[in-house]
Design a protein. Sequence first.
Length: 268
Amino acid sequence: MITADYHVHSSFSSDSDTPMEAMVEKAISLGMDRICFTDHMDYDFPETYELTFQFDVDAYFDKLSRVAERYQHDIKVLKGIELGMMTHLGNRYHKLLSDYPFDFAIASIHLIDRLDPYYPEFWKNKSSKEGLSLYFSSILENIECFQDFDVFGHLDYIIRYAPDKGTGFSMEDYREILDRILKTILSYGKGIEVNTAGYKYGVHPNPHEDIIRRYLSLGGHILTIGSDGHKPEHFAYDFPRLETVLKNLGVKEYTVFEGRKPISLPLC
Ligand SMILES: [Zn+2]
Ligand SMILES: [Zn+2]
């Protein structure tokens, strides 16, 4: 059983109004051992969007410490963050991660050419394949100049919002760029996350199992698991379903982080 959700949002994320306590209580009710909050920090998010995706880090640590202490006999509460990458932000994120004792840092891309692929505007005059190709190129560009993360988040998630909703996705169409991304992540000794939010959108977990398979075949072994839940009902979303997928891929362990150090846990 997967007993740790390592991608969880709370009201510190501008797209969630869930108190941390509600998420923790949901986790305890499901018999989980660990919950890692990874609230959104997207520096320089364009003001054209309503949401800011930034939070007060001192207040975040203060709240996390109090919540961790309150529930310490029932569950371990970890201090993570989801960083929204853009190539000019590396130094600022590096400083943030140096200044605070985070347990875990996810690097994600939520903007391509300053457009959020969640909204149709990004997809205007673009096929699914063109949008995905731009996105994968942006990942490579970003990770070539920023290494201070633990896992890369939801690697192919924009498929959820693509015009074809990922129905035409084949890893072969992007093999070269995906190989370069995976090999770069591996060269840093970093990992990838498997994010179950794709199931909510009727698509596969992110990344697609073919990409996970390729990551494993290249020697990758750091795999964290996260629901990306922004509400308690989405905490640990479809984890048993993912567990079956991972076992079928031959995965025997998954990874959690403490103090930015990986720890392997058995899948069964
Ligand atoms: Zn994200
Ligand atoms: Zn997220």
